[in-house]
Design a protein around this ligand. Structure first.
Ligand code: SIN
Length: 525
């Protein structure tokens, strides 16, 4: 152990890592009783939250109830949801929406009441939204205003956290790429997702799974990593720019058509275009394969142009740049990696198996999404569980330990020189392509073993300690890929978003079993 006594000036009560909905909400709430430092690796806005279009699901309608919301969440989750976690989320969700309104969130309204739309696998209209399809952007701006207005919060953008700092088994801070140590009584991981490990994704380039990896390296348990949600409809421009086409477009009546112009979703699910995401994504792949086409079409031309421009200004404007008018043209769409249901294993207050470490938002897995997340439950989950993390921290009132013996996993690795940018990009592209084609929407043993061999060839990268951010991110992507592929190989059944062509049915023996990985062990329980 290295004694670092007295060398580090950055001490707070709570450190939050990440600046999506969970990170911002946790920081704002914790600042009511604590000195908070929020660290984020890029600009504050560069998150999946900012890109969110659809909205936030909550049982607010007169014909709706938390019970109905719970039923829909569980049914989408393929038998793997943690029922207690779902109950907490659906019951506390409406209160969180009220808190957002108090923080100044300008949700869209109709005749003075909150406007509510429907998305896939919801039995009621329960998605609140803002700026039409710019919910994430408006939400982020609202939380950002509250964050910067609060003098108890220090915000450090462009600060890449590489590691947890631990002391006698307790997480007491984090280490940054610049070599600084930030210490605190509680560390809240809210680093978001890992979609960048796939070549076709709705996620921004920053979604490299850093949080899952640093927690895993420090000894945290990571669970359900095989469950990756693929969003059925994204538009990819000729320049390979990708934009999500919100499920809310289908919620407002859009239909899917194959390359012959025929509707096909009725053949795959009773809820047709509004079936669960995994079913719709696989149906699209099936149609593309059968017809030898590169995409299918989304057709919302039955809706009035004035309505479409007001309801979906982001999508409308983006696709128009490429000569497609939502009100007149069918949009070519494909599925893309969107959301990780698995992550750092937590309890109902975001607590992990490491004392002092909490996780919330996409980086965490409290079991609320099971094997497949219900649309628009992710922003809600971020809010509800960020709030509960803060409640727990306030109650337990952890302080930094008196002893100053602290260590972190990267203290012992061998440094590597920065990889040449061209090689790093090539390696990253290779990884992302093989992950999408062999560990993506359709998986089988042969393909997964091919990915595993590729990962093994590059194992030395995992042992090294990078000296620059891009190499760190690449290393983290390789660890994430390993975690996903290990679990996907092991789960010899199909459930929710995890579809094994060689085991196409759910297997009762796997129901309720979660694959948990940690540096110390690998277990199914
Ligand atoms: C969408 O707008 O379709 C995405 C919403 C979500 O993933 O929850």
């Amino acid at each position: 152990m290295i004694n670092l006594a007295g060398k580090y000036p950055y001490e707070y009560d709570v450190i939050v890592v990440g600046s999506g909905i969970a990170g911002l909400f946790a920081a704002i709430k914790a600042a009511r009783f604590a000195r908070v430092c929020l660290l984020t690796k890029d600009a504050l806005y560069n998150t999946n939250t900012w890109l969110a279009q659809g909205g936030i699901a909550a049982a607010l309608g007169i014909d709706d109830s938390p019970e109905k919301h719970m039923e829909d969440t569980i049914s989408a989750g393929g038998g793997l949801c943690n029922l207690e976690a779902v109950k907490v989320m659906v019951e506390e969700g409406p209160g969180c929406i009220k808190e957002l309104l108090e923080l100044g969130m300008p949700f869209d309204r109709v005749d003075g009441r909150l406007a509510m739309t429907r998305e896939g696998a919801h039995s009621s209209n329960r998605i609140v939204h803002a700026g039409g399809d710019a919910t994430g952007q408006v939400l982020h701006e609202t939380l950002k205003k509250n964050l910067f207005a609060n003098r108890a919060i220090v915000v450090r953008e462009h600060t890449f956290v590489t590691d947890m700092v631990t002391c006698e088994g307790q997480v007491i801070g984090v280490r940054t790429l610049a070599g600084e140590t930030y210490r605190a009584g509680a560390v809240v991981l809210a680093t978001g997702g890992l979609g960048w490990v796939f070549s076709c994704t709705t996620n921004p380039e920053v979604a490299t799974g850093d949080g899952v990896v640093m927690a895993y390296r420090a000894g945290a348990e990571v669970v359900d990593m095989e469950f990756i949600q693929f969003h059925p409809t994204v538009f990819r421009s000729p320049q390979e720019e990708i934009i999500l086409i919100s499920e809310a477009v289908r919620g407002e009546g859009a239909v899917l058509r194959n390359c012959h112009g025929e509707r096909f979703m009725d053949e795959y699910h009773e809820m047709a275009e509004l079936g669960p995401r995994d079913v719709v994504a696989r149906a699209i792949v099936d149609q593309m394969k059968k017809n030898g086409s590169k995409y299918v079409y989304l057709d919302v031309t039955l809706r009035d142009p004035v309505f479409l421009k007001k309801r979906f200004p982001t999508i409308y404007g983006f696709t128009l740049k490429y000569g497609l008018d939502l009100a007149r043209d069918w949009l070519p769409v494909i599925p893309a990696a969107h959301y990780a249901m698995g992550g750092v294993r937590t309890g109902l207050h975001g607590e992990t198996n490491l004392d002092g470490l909490y996780a919330c938002g996409e980086v965490a897995c409290n079991g609320v999404h099971g094997a497949n997340r219900l649309a628009s439950n992710s922003l809600l989950e971020g809010l509800v569980f960020a709030g509960r993390v803060v409640e727990r921290i306030e109650k337990t009132g952890k302080r930094l330990p008196g002893s100053l013996h602290q260590t972190c996993t990267t203290d012992y690795g061998e440094k590597i020189l920065p990889l040449k940018p061209a090689y790093r990009r090539e390696l990253g592209d290779e990884l992302r392509t093989i992950m999408f084609s062999k560990a993506g929407i359709l998986r089988d043993e042969k393909g997964l073993l091919t990915v595993q061999r590729f990962l093994q060839q590059h194992a030395p990268l995992l042992e090294a300690v990078p000296e620059d951010r891009s190499t760190w991110e690449l290393k983290n992507l390789f660890v994430v890929a390993n975690l996903i592929v290990n679990s996907a190989l092991m789960r010899t059944e199909s459930r929710g978003s995890h579809y094994r062509v060689d085991y196409p049915q759910p297997d009762e023996a796997w129901r309720l079993r979660h694959l948990c990985q940690s540096v110390k062990r690998y277990a199914a329980h």
